[in-house]
Design a binder for this molecule. Structure first.
Ligand SMILES: Nc1ncnc2c1ncn2[C@@H]1O[C@H](COP(=O)(O)OP(=O)(O)OP(=O)(O)O)[C@@H](O)[C@H]1O
Ligand SMILES: Cc1ncc(CO)c(N)n1
Length: 265
């Protein structure tokens, strides 16, 4: 049977981030993609021009439409902008017997805030304990744990805190915002792995975080182990950045054709 993955996230009409990036990633990795919209976002490579949130009850209705009818082999969430929506997502994900990937989206690449300030407590209380893996970048991890992160050792400590104190099964701290090589730290409560790739000199990194977490979700839906899922996804996102498109007037999008092209599939 085809593997089926669900994304619960906001939209990007310019096609680089959010649900659009997630569905492209699922497709390229051979997974049947399904999507629930939290917020319709007017955005492009230059920034966010406007947002229009779904009522939380309608988010619930959308997830029910999927889970009452379709198999779900893995689920991810991205932008969940309000406390009510976080509660609705937690209530629904509790009924889904499949790996759950949290990309704790807080700000767009352009610096625009994408969630309510008060949402952090709900995140910690209801969502993080449900996570098979959570994938914060460094600024997101700093907000979650409340201390600043400078070194790889700090990244390790953040991952450990998120697992042992906040209750996620695993945490992947992404170092895309540091200088030097693109280094991410994964901890699953007992084992560590550091994933590195060369830093690609490009401004076209719109949607990298969405692409990475969607690839992890796709791999988990196919039954790969957590560590293999991150390994494959790191290769996927690095290829997508290496061949990213200079489209639009700002930070261009990742290239989802790159992974298969580099493997001549
Ligand atoms: N210039 C780059 N070259 C190579 N890899 C990169 C580069 N920038 C980011 N990455 C990698 O891309 C992945 C996504 O990380 P990043 O920290 O950019 O996520 P993010 O900030 O959540 O993304 P977004 O901008 O979509 O919110 C990580 O594996 C990171 O190491
Ligand atoms: C909808 C959405 N989710 C996530 C991001 C972060 O890249 C974005 N820009 N837009």
């Amino acid at each position: 049977m085809i593997s089926c993955a669900l994304t619960i996230a906001g939209t990007d009409p310019s096609g680089g981030a959010g649900i659009q990036a997630d569905l492209k990633t699922f497709q390229e990795l051979g997974v049947y993609g399904m999507s629930v919209v939290t917020s319709v976002v007017a955005q492009n490579t230059t920034g966010v021009q406007g947002v229009h949130h779904m009522p939380a009850s309608f988010l619930t209705e959308q997830v029910r439409s999927v889970r009452y009818d379709m198999p779900i082999h893995a689920v991810k969430s991205g932008m969940i902008p309000t406390v009510d929506m976080m509660r609705a997502v937690a209530d629904q994900v509790e009924h889904i017997d499949a790996p759950y990937v949290i990309d704790p989206v807080m700000v767009a690449q352009s610096g625009d805030e994408l969630i309510e300030e008060s949402a952090m407590e709900m995140w910690k209380e209801r969502l993080i304990p449900l996570a098979t893996i959570i994938t914060p970048n460094i600024p997101e991890a700093e907000k979650i744990i409340g201390t600043s992160i400078h070194s790889v050792e700090d990244m390790r400590e953040a991952a450990e805190h998120i697992c042992t104190v906040l209750g996620a099964s695993a945490a992947l701290i992404k170092g895309g915002h540091r200088d030097g090589e693109a280094l991410d730290v994964l901890y699953d409560g007992s084992e560590w792995e550091v994933f590195t790739a060369e830093r690609i000199d490009t401004a076209n990194t719109h949607g990298t975080g969405c692409t990475y977490s969607a690839a992890i979700t796709a791999c988990l839906s196919q039954g790969h182990s957590l560590f293999d899922s991150v390994r494959i996804s790191k290769e996927y996102v690095t290829a997508a950045i290496r061949e990213s498109f200079s489209l639009g007037h700002g930070s261009g999008p990742t290239n989802h054709f790159a992974w298969r092209k580099e493997r001549s599939i």
